[in-house]
Design a protein around this ligand. Structure first.
Ligand SMILES: CC(C)(COP(=O)(O)OP(=O)(O)OC[C@H]1O[C@@H](n2cnc3c(N)ncnc32)[C@H](O)[C@@H]1OP(=O)(O)O)[C@@H](O)C(=O)NCCC(=O)NCCS
Length: 349
């Protein structure tokens, strides 16, 4: 039976370290508040005019490709997960294809926010298992810092997020003790606006009446960015933090258990859980719910903040580099985020 394995992994974070004290100089917040509520001590922010979501993905991808023992010309397909693309369109997949100078391969963009890497992993896994592709490059990359509200108004959200990228190369394996065992994807759009960036957008206020822009004085167009929207600075992401928290601590353990049951395994079999790095408190509640000891969960939100689609590959890469993950280990990846979407994957390293 053919399975997909992670043949190479890489990560990249920008060099610019931003501490909680740095943030408290531009908004009403404090190191104590951020540490206590989120566990975050510092995060990396992209260097303006230098790093973009695509360039950071390029850095991480080059490492993953090298570690897989292939070259960019061997890549058959690109899957790119991000909520902060360089352009509204085209997506980052083609920009990465251009930078890597791959062949004229397919490039798919995935927009599932914090679950984006796992959605991408699931798609790539199916392509490999079906025999369609042999070397798939999957990346998660985010440049949150260019678009957040760094005034006190946006503090509940802007202190959480950081920038960075992670990448893996997936290849087929016939080794029974290696590879992705299963992936599990879910969504519930009932709370789509609970954690969202609505503007600019093509929605014309259809779903959120209070966000309906006044009609422009022309017969067509003019609804994507209105003067009103710019005047009111109504173009930042929004989040009901406590609502996200409550749902995440239920759905993450649930989707981990789903993966274990599917494979006739139990929590005792997990060697390493890599939870999406949303908030250290969320990870701790999940760890407690699953009864896992500290050495079987890897968190690094303390250093990097929440990097959304990049958080799982960054944490996975770091855990592997620290030799916390060894050949044959059972690794569980799990995420929850905007959408809401949530997902898990179980793999033998
Ligand atoms: C965002 C989050 C840290 C906020 O923590 P919380 O304990 O729920 O805090 P609340 O939002 O209830 O706000 C509590 C108070 O802190 C204040 N506050 C919010 N952000 C603050 C900040 N950065 N600094 C200081 N005070 C802040 C609020 O204004 C509020 O003040 P009030 O009581 O005077 O109204 C927390 O809800 C969370 O982590 N949620 C999950 C978010 C997440 O994971 N998002 C990504 C999903 S992938």
């Amino acid at each position: 039976m053919i399975r997909s394995k992670i043949a190479g992994i890489g990560m990249y974070v920008p060099k610019n370290v931003v501490t909680n004290d740095d943030l408290s100089r531009v908004m009403d917040t404090s190191d104590a508040w951020i540490r206590e509520r989120t566990g975050i001590r510092e995060r990396r922010f992209a260097s303006r005019y230098e790093d973009t979501t695509t360039t950071m993905a390029f850095e991480a991808a080059q490492i993953a490709i090298r570690r897989a023992g292939i070259t960019a010309r061997d890549i058959d397909f690109i899957v790119f997960a991000t909520l902060s693309p360089d352009y509204f369109f085209p997506g980052c997949g083609v920009l990465l294809q251009r930078l890597l100078e791959t062949k004229e391969i397919g490039a798919l963009d995935v927009r599932n926010q914090c679950s984006g890497f796992l959605y991408g992993l699931s798609v790539a896994d199916q392509f490999i298992k079906s025999g369609m592709y042999r070397n798939i490059l999957l990346v998660g990359s985010e440049t949150h810092s260019y678009a957040l509200d760094f005034t006190t108004r946006g503090r509940n959200l802007s202190v959480i997020f950081g920038d960075g990228a992670g990448a893996v190369v997936l290849q087929p394996t016939e080794n029974e003790n290696q590879g992705i065992l299963s992936t599990h994807l879910h969504s519930d759009g009932a709370e789509a606006e609970t954690l969202a960036m609505l503007n600019p957008g093509f929605h014309a206020g259809r779903f959120v009446r209070e966000k309906r822009p006044s009609l422009p004085d022309k017969p067509y167009g003019g609804l994507f960015i209105t003067e009103e929207l710019v005047e009111k600075e109504d173009f930042f992401p929004q989040m009901d933090g406590p609502a996200v928290f409550k749902k995440a601590v239920v759905k993450i353990p649930e989707v981990v258990m789903e993966a274990l049951q599917k494979n006739n395994l139990t929590t005792a079999d997990i060697d390493m859980l890599i939870p999406h790095q949303a908030n250290l408190r969320i990870s701790q509640v999940v760890q407690h719910a699953l009864g896992l000891s500290d050495d079987r969960v890897h968190n690094n939100i303390q250093k990097f903040g929440n990097t959304t689609a990049a958080s799982i590959p960054i944490a996975l890469c770091e855990a592997w580099e620290m030799q916390k993950i060894k050949d044959g280990n059972l690794v569980c990846l799990a995420a929850f985020g905007s959408g809401f979407t949530w997902a898990s994957a179980l793999l033998r390293w």
